[in-house]
Ligand binder design. Structure first.
Ligand code: SAH
Length: 212
């Protein structure tokens, strides 16, 4: 359940993100709206609106709000954009994308997390296209996509994902196989040309191959 207490905490979080440099009002509005505490287990719920990553099931984490806002801002979502998200996790980032009017396809490799989101999100009124599988493969039969977001640390930009991007589309991912990764954006200029931009350091759980 949502409450005035949680709404107040969300409002403070939004002010904090604004001060930290998130200036896209649509992104801030989405964060103001999505009840992050409902994506988090009871023991950590009180901390839902702190700007920190928190543990979820299967040894994974829900990304830090600043990271979610930062990646979403880089994606520059337009209404009806077809977006592929790799790493559904808690489903929180998925809901932020849906609030911005995107049509979202999301992939998770951990069955336990996939099972949770397919019940939780529709209950909250969010209906992306859920997929249990390996994000390295993308979703060839559903592409091409306007935007692709990887929410786990990828050692490199997977070729399958690059090929499932529309010309003019962009791919946002933290790249690196160490504890710290560099946030990168690749813009698809043609089938063979990609322009790359860098946006500083972040820390994500690793993007792993296969599913379990
Ligand atoms: N967007 C999520 C972030 C979760 S952490 C949220 O806001 O909660 C990253 C997630 O990526 C984890 O759930 C992890 O299991 C998943 N993941 C890692 N490698 C993957 C892969 N190859 N394909 C799909 N999901 C993957």
């Amino acid at each position: 359940m949502d409450s005035y207490l949680y709404k107040g905490k969300r409002n403070k979080l939004v002010m904090h993100l604004f001060i930290k440099g998130i200036r896209n009002q649509l992104v801030l509005d989405a964060i103001e709206k999505v009840p992050r505490h409902l994506f988090i287990d009871d023991i950590f719920r009180q901390r839902a609106y702190e700007d920190v990553a928190l543990p979820i099931a299967a040894g994974q984490t829900i990304s830090q709000p600043y990271t979610v806002a930062f990646q979403t801002q880089l994606l520059d979502i337009k209404k009806f954009d077809k977006v592929l998200e790799i790493g559904t996790g808690s489903g929180y980032q998925t809901c932020i994308l849906l609030e911005l009017g995107a049509k979202v396809f999301t992939i998770e490799r951990k069955r336990e997390l996939y099972q949770r989101v397919i019940t939780l999100l529709p209950k909250l009124g969010y209906n992306p296209s859920f997929h249990y599988g390996d994000g390295y493969q993308g979703l060839p039969t559903y592409g091409p996509f306007d935007k692709i977001l990887i929410t786990a640390a990828a050692p490199y930009f997977p070729e399958a994902l690059k090929s499932q991007l529309k010309i003019g589309g962009l791919l946002v991912a933290p790249i690196g196989d160490d504890k710290i990764q560099e946030m990168k954006v690749q813009i698809k200029k043609s089938d063979t040309d990609f322009e790359e931009m860098k946006f500083g350091n972040f820390a994500f759980v690793p993007m792993l191959k296969g599913k379990d």
